[in-house]
Design a protein around this ligand. Structure first.
Ligand code: PLP
Length: 277
């Protein structure tokens, strides 16, 4: 079952107009929210980011926070899975003709939920490979937009090269991954690109920073270069579905001789505690 514009209906019966601007232009925004043991994780934070994305592109939020919460819980109630990943998207809606500029339209709201199976600690301890690429995306990466052509191109490159993620760099500074935020550890300091227009402000990013602080790491939200990353003691990526994942190889370079760092292990454990709190 999915939610579409006020109704809960089977997925194969859900359809939208060919004039929907989400279809024609990718004119919409979205969120991905994890659900653990039936509880929506950090809903307020996700709804706040959704509001920021909507404001940036001038789409009216069709629902209040309690209404969102009610709809999401109703959808979750239709599934027996305890761990799920909610996908919700709001497009600007359907117009009568295709033009770039827009009128005030009724937004199209689509929500679905899929089983979420985060990797276990022992699976993560195998380490993951990444590749680096110049960041050719636009300058409003802070908007969680459904226009994801650049991210799609990078993710396909990752798949074709059998790596977990593409790590992006702009003007020699590492920004983020194609679908994740990026962290490096040098000695006892964690570095990650500052929030702003060049990265998506990840909800998991904030939780990783909270966890790292708790694990007595120094936190520096500042830029670092690809060379710094290649010389780091540890490299991690984070996202709502991957949580915090250790990267042990970037391009041809092994990170810390391919050995998982102890800081990752501590931060991972603390993060699991936040999920279960
Ligand atoms: N950066 C990009 C480009 C992403 O696509 C994502 C998640 O999809 C993230 C960062 C991580 O965001 P979050 O932790 O909120 O899932």
């Amino acid at each position: 079952m999915v939610y579409l514009n006020g109704e809960f209906i089977p997925k194969d019966q859900a359809s939208v107009s060919i004039m929907d601007r989400g279809f024609l232009f990718g004119d919409g925004v979205y969120e991905v929210i994890p659900v653990y043991s039936g509880k929506i994780f950090r809903l307020d934070e996700h709804l706040k980011r959704l509001q920021n994305s909507l404001n940036s592109v001038q789409i009216n939020n069709p629902y209040s926070a309690p209404e969102w919460s009610d709809i999401l819980h109703q959808l979750l109630g239709l599934s027996t899975e305890s761990n799920q990943s909610l996908y919700l998207q709001i497009s600007r809606g359907a117009d009568i003709s295709r033009k770039h500029s827009f009128e005030s339209l009724t937004p199209t709201v689509f929500i679905e939920s899929n089983p979420l199976m985060p990797k276990t600690k022992s699976e993560l301890e195998m380490g993951f490979r990444a590749m680096s690429q110049p960041d050719f995306r636009w300058q409003r990466c802070d908007i969680k937009s459904t226009s994801l052509l650049a991210n799609i191109m990078y993710s396909q490159q990752a798949k074709q090269n059998s790596v977990e993620e593409v790590i992006l760099h702009r003007d020699s500074n590492v920004t983020e991954g194609a679908t994740s935020n990026v962290f490096i550890i040098k000695s006892d300091t964690l570095l990650t690109h500052p929030t702003g227009k060049h990265i998506l402000s990840g909800i998991t990013r904030d939780l990783v920073l909270e966890s790292a602080k708790h694990c007595h790491l120094n936190i520096e939200e500042s830029t670092f270069t690809l060379d710094h990353l290649l010389m780091a003691d540890e490299v991690w990526i984070s996202s709502s579905t991957r949580e915090v994942m250790p990267i042990t190889q970037v391009d041809d370079r092994l990170i810390n001789n391919g050995v998982i760092g102890q800081h990752w292990s501590h931060v991972y454990d603390y993060y699991q505690g936040l999920k279960n709190a």
